[in-house]
Design a protein around this ligand. Structure first.
Ligand SMILES: [Fe+2]
Ligand SMILES: [Fe+2]
Length: 195
């Protein structure tokens, strides 16, 4: 048994090799040889998700400021809460892109075409709520696809996107509740904003 052991590569050498490899790829940070995903593709997909979140922040902010009215306070508060949560998602996604060795794309050029969801201003409160609901449903579908794509290859990014997906589903739920809680909004599509 002792003879066999001497034929094998001594354990210490293995440790040294591991350490050497780790030093050789220091610039890759958290990304080790065991990272299974196509990193550039993941970064590209995360940048699309980042654009989606930024467009959602802008749309919810617009809706928040345009829904200041005597009957709109609870709706405006919901828009603001969603805007802040979309901003937090954008920050989390940008941080993950950097961790993967990429660069977060915050450029306003082409922002709306990179985004999955659209920026729609909406003429009335009910239009705004419906447009937000459409945007959330688009985000939900695209994030679900991203999670499926990641599979077991990048569990950290997948976990992040699963957490964000759960919040987008809550947002969609909140918007459905708003429509149900304010049926008078839907029956008067010609109403002015904030009415
Ligand atoms: Fe979000
Ligand atoms: Fe959302």
């Amino acid at each position: 048994m002792k003879a066999d052991a001497t034929k094998q590569t001594p354990f210490l050498t293995d440790v040294q090799t591991l350490r050497k490899r780790a030093r050789q790829h220091l610039e890759e940070g958290a990304i080790t040889a065991g990272y299974g995903a196509d990193r550039q593709t993941v970064i590209k997909l995360l940048n699309d998700a980042l654009a989606t979140e930024v467009v959602c922040v802008l749309r919810y902010k617009r809706h928040y400021f345009m829904s200041q009215g005597i009957n709109a306070q609870s709706i405006a508060a919901e828009f603001l809460e969603h805007a802040n949560e979309e901003q937090a998602h954008a920050d989390q996604i940008a941080a993950r892109i950097v961790q993967l060795g990429g660069e977060p794309d915050f450029s306003p050029d082409g922002l709306s075409s990179r985004s999955h969801s659209e920026y729609v201003e909406g003429g009335t409160l009910v239009d705004m709520i419906k447009e937000d609901l459409v945007a959330e449903r688009i985000a939900i579908d695209s994030y679900r696809e991203l999670i499926t794509y990641l599979g077991d290859q990048d569990p950290t990014t997948r976990r992040l996107m699963e957490q964000i997906l759960a919040v987008e589903e809550e947002h969609a739920d909140d918007l459905v509740d708003l429509l149900q809680d304010h049926p008078h909004l839907a029956s008067h599509p010609g109403d002015r904003k904030g009415v």
